[in-house]
Design a protein around this ligand. Structure first.
Ligand SMILES: *Cc1c(COP(=O)(O)O)cnc(C)c1O
Length: 409
């Protein structure tokens, strides 16, 4: 009997070690890992550079309070702003994606106080989208546009509404005097791998300008190479300029870290910077941004840059798309996504699903038995999230397993 709270319906396997794109269970059976801890292990498992960095930093300085500064935190913030976001701004370090998004929501509320409604009352509303996922904290579930994460946790917080994704007219019609920000994933991950169209992203950015709203991007799953660029928005509509961005997952390669960035753009005639709204005393964390986490992320980002893993992500996307298209399998409806955040849509009328199981979860279970780890994304989509340094041979091997399982259905 497990003493772990049963918040997850887990697959029946216990994993004990990993190396590169492979993991092993407690019976020494090996699996190709195209789940990577949900887009976390960007460099695969136990990458020597990351392991050595963690060993060395753990033996030098693991944790100090944010009451003091550390070189690793300063350096990582500089790398993020100058090499990755490439827009002036400041970074706050957290430990997870949900926490990073809570920081964005708090920033939106600060902004709504600094730039209030015509009658002087603060703006506070964050608009987000159906099928979005923004995390499991109270702030995260309020922002998330899926009922299943909210059931039994009402009453919800005031100040959140959800609009259909990629529908600019609906969004424009919904903007109210109390609206302060729009929050979106450039590619919705958990909600089924739905890509924002360039027109939608550009339109949202224009609406934010017109109505003085913050454009907040949740790049928790899409950021740092997953979609073939440091930031997924640049792969879709490079000309837009977000006001705020959140990250976690892949930026630590497996070491827990999250972050959000706020732009230095001025928000009033006096030149007051947006990033200055989150000043001393407004926000905090005990663990966030400790030297061990920041050193890990620095190693991951350096490896991605030096090996040009962004290019590999785009190259392997092509390989996956071409191979799957060549099968002509009626059970596959389409392949969605960008880079190595891909969703394979299933025609669920084409196979039998045991009672009580969701189709995608059932197929993921079959793939696991056949030696391939992949997560579902919604009830009808299989997600492919290999490490960014995955090889041609590993892609071919994984797809061969994938095909054989789908054919056997
Ligand atoms: C995973 C995810 C989150 C939540 O991140 P945690 O680290 O699990 O809190 C938030 N937003 C998106 C887009 C995610 O994919």
């Amino acid at each position: 009997m497990s003493h772990v709270l049963s918040t997850y319906a887990r697959f029946p396997v216990t994993l004990v070690r990993g190396e590169g794109t492979r993991v092993w269970d407690d019976h020494d059976k090996s699996y190709l890992d195209f789940c990577t801890g949900i887009a976390v292990c960007s460099l695969g498992h136990c990458h020597p550079r990351l392991v050595e960095t963690i060993r060395a930093q753990a033996g030098t300085l693991m944790h100090v309070s944010n009451l003091y500064s550390t070189r690793q935190q300063e350096e990582l913030a500089q790398v993020i702003v100058e090499d990755h976001v490439k827009l002036p701004g400041k970074v706050f370090f957290a430990n997870s994606g949900a926490e990073a998004n809570d920081g964005l929501i708090k920033s939106a509320r600060k902004f709504g106080h600094a730039r209030p409604q015509a009658d002087g009352s603060p703006r506070y509303e964050v608009l987000s989208f159906t099928k979005s996922f923004h995390g499991r904290t109270l702030g995260g579930i309020n922002a998330t546009g899926q009922d299943k994460v909210k059931e039994g946790f009402d009453p919800m917080l005031p100040g959140f509404r959800h609009l259909p994704f990629n529908d600019l007219a609906a969004l424009e019609a919904a903007i109210a005097p109390e609206t302060a920000a729009i929050l979106l994933e450039p590619v919705q991950g958990e909600g089924g791998v739905n890509v924002a169209t360039p027109e939608f992203l550009r339109g949202v950015a224009a609406l934010c300008k017109k109505h003085d709203l913050l454009l907040m991007l949740d790049e928790v799953q899409t950021g740092y190479g997953r979609c073939g660029q440091a930031m997924a928005w640049r792969q879709i509509a490079p000309e837009i300029q977000p006001d705020a961005i959140s990250w976690a997952k892949g930026m630590g390669g497996g070491f827990p870290i999250g972050a959000f960035w706020l732009s230095d753009r001025s928000i009033d005639a006096s030149g007051k910077e947006l990033s200055s709204l989150m000043g001393p005393g407004t926000h905090g964390t005990t663990y966030g941004g400790n030297p061990l986490a920041c050193a890990s992320s620095l190693a991951v980002l350096a490896e991605i840059a030096e090996k040009d893993l962004n290019a590999n992500a785009l190259k392997q996307e092509e390989r996956i798309r071409e191979t799957i298209a060549s099968w002509n399998l009626p059970v596959i409806t389409e392949v969605r996504g960008i880079g190595l955040l891909l969703g394979v849509g299933l025609d669920v009328s084409k196979f039998e699903v045991p009672a009580g199981k969701l189709p995608a979860g059932f197929v993921c279970g079959k793939l696991l038995e056949a030696g391939l780890l992949v997560p579902p994304a919604g009830p009808e989509t299989i997600r492919l999230l290999p490490p960014l340094n995955v090889s041609d041979e590993e892609i071919d091997e994984a797809l061969a397993i994938f095909k054989s399982v789908l054919v056997a259905l």
